[in-house]
Design a protein around this ligand. Structure first.
Ligand SMILES: [Zn+2]
Length: 222
């Protein structure tokens, strides 16, 4: 078995999950130093200040959204990297398991996207992350809990107020779903102003969810 893994390592040398450089059997010292500064304290939710989080109990993000973390997320949106997907999902699991207040969660879902967005990006990163996290935490995974019912402009480049307006009423709860009394964890790849995730939480709460929280790989520093 050791020989087999050695052959696999030689055929497919390991890459740094942040900068994508081939590292083989060693480590990427350059990224380790940068990422140490971007790693947020484990189990500490994002501060609510200057963020749109009215309907969210907590949001966890293991990293601040800066290079090389931002580049790693962008790469995952476009390319299939199962090992990296898993390691970032496990960073999120680590946050959730080390939260001071024990989280009582019933369902894990992901921020929904329209087909146009999946076509452009090629992959649905929130879905991929949420699936791994639900398996690791042994929780129900329901990717179809929320539907995106309105095409929206790209949030990037819009102000906080414009983002809120753009995403308003963009989601609906799938009519088959029973949410009364449930706690839902919403997964996305990154958290900027919070408008998208908060809108998801508001939609879920209108349908009876009592508690919504979120988790992403990274959050923009506020
Ligand atoms: Zn690196």
């Amino acid at each position: 078995m050791k020989i087999l893994s050695l052959i696999i390592d030689l055929l497919y040398p390991k890459h740094c999950r942040f900068c994508n450089k081939v590292i083989g059997f060693s480590r990427c010292i350059e990224c380790e130093e940068k990422v140490a500064e971007l790693k947020r304290p484990i189990g500490l939710p994002l501060q609510r200040q200057a963020r749109n989080m009215d309907c969210l109990a907590f949001v966890f993000s293991p990293y601040n959204y800066e290079k090389p973390v931002s580049e790693a997320i962008l790469r995952l949106k476009f390319s299939n990297k199962p090992l990296d997907e898993k390691s970032f999902a496990l960073d999120i699991v680590n946050e959730l398991k080390n939260c001071d207040e024990p989280l009582k969660l019933d369902i894990i879902t992901c921020v929904p996207t329209t087909n146009r967005e999946i076509k452009e990006h090629g992959r649905n990163l929130p879905y991929i992350l949420a699936k791994i996290i639900s398996q690791e935490m042994q929780l129900e995974f329901d990717p179809d809990l929320l539907l995106k019912i309105k095409e929206t402009k790209r949030q990037m480049g819009l102000s906080g107020e414009q983002r809120r307006k753009n995403i308003k009423n963009a989601f609906a709860v799938n009519s088959d779903k029973k949410l009364t009394g449930k706690s839902v964890l919403i997964i996305d790849d990154m958290f900027t102003t919070g408008s998208t995730m908060n809108e998801c939480a508001e939609t879920l709460r209108k349908s009876g969810a009592v508690n919504c929280c979120g988790a992403t790989i990274a959050a923009a520093v506020r």
